[in-house]
Design a protein around this ligand. Structure first.
Ligand code: GAR
Length: 271
């Protein structure tokens, strides 16, 4: 019997991915339980979903902490060296160093608070579900240690195409004929970490952004739950490519059938 994973879900908005996990957890099809939900936005609807399911919630006042980091970074006592962090990070690309250090300081303040909250719940896995903040190497190293990857993200495009905050918009605006959704582990870059699994959907000539997003979101819900189940069942393996990149492989005899089912579901209503 596979062990149930303890999940900490981080979100910023409506939380339909959280809801899909909660529903599957309640029906027994998810080999995991949501232990805590954290948001950077007090008004996030996802927090209400958590409360309705009796899941503890925490709010991190990112706005205030980012301001504090920006204004006080030279005087702050932080648990990490900012310049060393700046060397390691691959998310802030603007040339102004003090602006970067101020931004990183704010992130560390917020992440430190988040880690303290999360520690109380002993999560096995951090699940980013529409969390619209970049995470610094300070947070990621705390969880990605001892050779394990513990921070999962879902991204609404077929990575490495269209990273960033506008996955569906960029997919739609570019005119690609297949869209996709990706679950990957988070690393120091933005949406660059090792890919766990992807599902694709056709883009139809009569689609608009809403219909495309609706099709993609249905796949997101199935994909995220399946990835968490693969992790919980010990069916995820890590390899190194000849370029030194971490490659993830799923060791599940049902893998081809699952991918085929996703593809068929993405055609629903058209054939
Ligand atoms: C989802 O589409 C998720 O893939 C995306 O935000 C949405 C959250 O929806 N995440 C990102 O774009 C991360 N860069 P939800 O709040 O209804 O789950």
């Amino acid at each position: 019997m596979a062990q149930k994973l303890r999940l900490a879900v981080l979100l910023s908005g409506s939380g339909t991915n959280l809801q899909a996990l909660l529903d599957r957890s309640a029906s027994g099809t998810l080999k995991a339980q949501v232990a805590v939900v954290v948001s950077d936005r007090p008004g996030a609807h996802g927090l209400k979903r958590a409360e309705l399911a009796n899941i503890p919630t925490r709010i991190i006042d990112y706005r205030a902490l980012m301001e504090k980091g920006r204004d006080e970074w030279e005087r702050l006592q932080l648990p990490v060296d900012l310049r060393e962090l700046d060397e390691a990070q691959q998310i802030l690309h603007f040339p102004d160093v003090s602006k970067r250090l101020g931004r990183l300081a704010g992130m560390v303040l917020a992440e430190d608070e988040m880690i303290r909250h999360l520690n109380a719940f002993q999560p096995d896995c951090i699940v980013l579900a529409g969390f619209m903040r970049l995470l610094s190497p300070y947070f990621l190293r705390h969880y990605n240690r001892d050779g394990a990857w513990r921070v999962l993200n879902i991204h609404p495009s077929l990575l490495p195409a269209f990273p960033g905050q506008r996955g569906y918009e960029d997919t739609f605006d570019y005119g690609v004929k297949w869209g996709g959704v990706t679950v990957h582990f988070a690393d120091e870059g933005e949406d660059t970490g090792p890919i766990l699994a992807q599902a694709v959907y056709p883009v139809w000539p009569d689609d608009d952004l809403d219909s495309l997003r609706k099709r993609g979101l249905q796949l997101e819900y199935a994909l995220y739950a399946q990835c968490i189940n693969w992790l919980a069942s010990g069916q995820v393996r890590f390899f190194e490519s000849s370029h030194g990149r971490t490659i993830v492989k799923i060791i599940d005899p049902n893998y081809p059938r699952i991918l085929k089912d996703w593809a068929i579901s993405a055609f629903s209503g058209k054939t």
